[in-house]
Design a protein around this ligand. Structure first.
Ligand code: ATP
Ligand code: MG
Length: 257
């Protein structure tokens, strides 16, 4: 019983990586076996979990058949959380993989051949709709779309929703939206409230009930190489990501999709 969730939005800086790190960690704290895959050449999930070494076997080596999946899995400070790291070479993968047969299915095939003891595989996507994101969406059962509570948020996800429809039509008919996640919500501003209302009225129960507040501690944690739970477990940010994990686990139990 393994669930693969891609965290995607082609817009930069909306909270994909923050969600990837802290949702993975929250699920691991709930004793779910979690594998986080960093599919972004920026390597922010890798660094955000305190991994700085060069020359590690990374997702790039797996995708190009230079290494087998288990060789790239690293343990983290949380017993139930492992990671497949990214490095800057992954930028080249977008180009190098173009000539590969069935290039959209590479990550899916690799994950299928990976150890099967994971309850959740979480994929942190880059801010683009290129081959790495498409591979992630093809490999995934569902997608979480973080949306920053700011002006034109709704416009920003239209392109992504079109891409999702195309992926569903041609590459992965079972893909569904796990949830749209409102991030960096600031309840002191009218704009945050308006955007949240607009997104909810448009997408209804596709939007997670859990909202991620703008929280300084969430912004600080990655520069210490820590998830929010090792950095400040009492923060609003930690509470929010625990709630998100709980919401996802409850939906899973009820079979909601
Ligand atoms: P990219 O598209 O570049 O990969 P991203 O979508 O992964 O970006 P993040 O890296 O998670 O976005 O967040 C962008 C910045 O905002 C980071 O500096 C992060 O620490 C900060 N940030 C994210 N979420 C919050 C939050 N809820 N409160 C405060 N700061 C946040
Ligand atoms: Mg990111």
């Amino acid at each position: 019983m393994r669930k693969i969730i891609a965290i995607a939005n082609q817009k930069g800086g909306v909270g994909k990586t923050t969600t990837a790190i802290n949702l993975s960690s929250a699920l691991a704290i709930a004793e779910k076996n979690v594998l986080l895959i960093d599919a972004d050449p920026q390597s922010n999930s890798t660094r955000g979990l305190g991994i700085y070494q060069d020359g590690l076997t990374s997702l790039y080596n797996i995708l190009l058949d230079e290494a087998s999946f288990p060789d790239a899995i690293l343990k983290t400070d949380l017993p139930y959380l492992s990671i497949v790291t990214s490095d800057i070479d992954l930028i080249g993968a977008e180009v190098e993989l173009v000539d590969f047969a069935e290039r959209e299915y590479l990550l899916k095939r690799k994950i299928e051949a990976a150890p099967s003891n994971y309850d959740f595989v979480i994929i942190d996507c880059p801010p683009s709709l290129g081959l790495l994101t498409v591979n992630s969406l093809v490999a995934a059962n569902s997608v979480i779309i973080p949306v920053q509570c700011e002006y034109l948020a709704l416009e920003g996800i239209k392109l992504l929703l079109e891409t999702l429809e195309r992926v569903k039509s041609y590459l992965n008919s079972m893909l569904y939206i796990e949830g749209i996640l409102l991030t960096m919500y600031d309840d002191r501003t009218n704009l945050s409230r308006q955007v949240a209302e607009e997104i909810r009225s448009h997408f209804g129960d596709r939007v997670f009930r859990t909202v991620i507040p703008r929280n300084v501690r969430l912004g600080e944690a990655p520069s210490f190489g820590k998830s929010i739970f090792f950095y400040d477990i009492r923060s609003k940010g930690a509470e929010a990501y625990l709630n998100l994990a709980e919401e996802i686990l409850k939906n899973e139990e009820k079979g909601i999709r």
